[in-house]
Write a protein that binds this ligand. Structure first.
Ligand code: FMN
Length: 209
């Protein structure tokens, strides 16, 4: 299975070559993969900021445990979940569904009510966790896509999300930073690429009942 080879090739890159850039064509493929990611109800309540501005990345570096990937990688992607679920989000989704499947909007009303009712059963903490979780599915697909394209990546939680929110003015957009990914090409001096993978044994990860 090719995916296993790709996933064995990839590693969380610690040192990127600051010169080599991901092409627009590859970036478009990565965007498509993120767009195709599964999400709860299909709502996709997140936005991914692609940050190229180096001055901005230098500001973010101060709030990212000083991890050099923030400035050295070709692109920095910040996955931002919606801070809340609005009925307009559900309505927008239903409109997309009506368009894509050529259905009358009226026919989707009860499904919309079902979604809103079940989402509203979560308290605000649960809702926030649920919204953040969706971005990790997109992150997982990004890692697999990068591996297939032989693009290096580092998924990262080592940053101060409140500082990111402030610097990127996310609350004004109803967003909050969830997780980030630096993508680009490994530096030949990144010794991490030589290290064997460390994974829990299959027997510990699975139990057949
Ligand atoms: C959600 C998430 C957050 C992570 N945060 C960081 C990080 O801030 N900095 C870093 O260098 N690696 C980070 N990693 C990389 C993990 O340490 C790495 O994926 C794990 O050790 C397995 O190694 P591998 O990805 O190289 O196979 C993160 C990984 C994930 C999935």
């Amino acid at each position: 299975m090719e995916l296993i080879n790709h996933l064995s090739w990839r590693y969380a890159t610690k040192k990127f070559d600051p010169v080599q850039k991901v092409s627009q064509g590859d970036l478009d493929k990565i965007k498509k993969v993120i767009q195709l990611s599964a999400s709860s109800y299909g709502l996709q309540l997140y936005k991914v900021l692609i940050i190229n501005d180096l001055a901005l990345r230098e500001r973010l570096l101060e709030h990212s445990w000083g991890q050099p990937q923030i400035v050295d990688a070709s692109h920095l992607l910040v996955f931002c979940n919606h801070s809340d679920v609005q009925s307009k989000d559900v309505n927008e989704y239903l409109q997309h569904m009506a368009n894509a499947r050529n259905l009358p909007l009226k026919q989707l009303e009860s499904y919309g009510e079902f979604m809103i009712n079940s989402i509203n059963q979560k308290n605000s903490n649960e809702k926030n966790t649920w919204l953040r979780c969706q971005t990790y599915l997109a992150l997982g697909n990004l890692l697999a896509a990068c591996a297939e394209l032989k693009i290096d990546a580092c998924p990262m939680e080592g940053f101060d999300s409140n500082a990111y929110d402030r610097i990127l003015k996310l609350p004004e957009k109803g967003l909050q930073a969830s997780v980030i990914a630096a993508i680009g090409y490994r530096h030949s001096a990144d010794n991490t690429q030589m290290l064997p993978k460390v994974r829990r044994p299959i027997q510990a990860l699975f139990e057949t009942i």
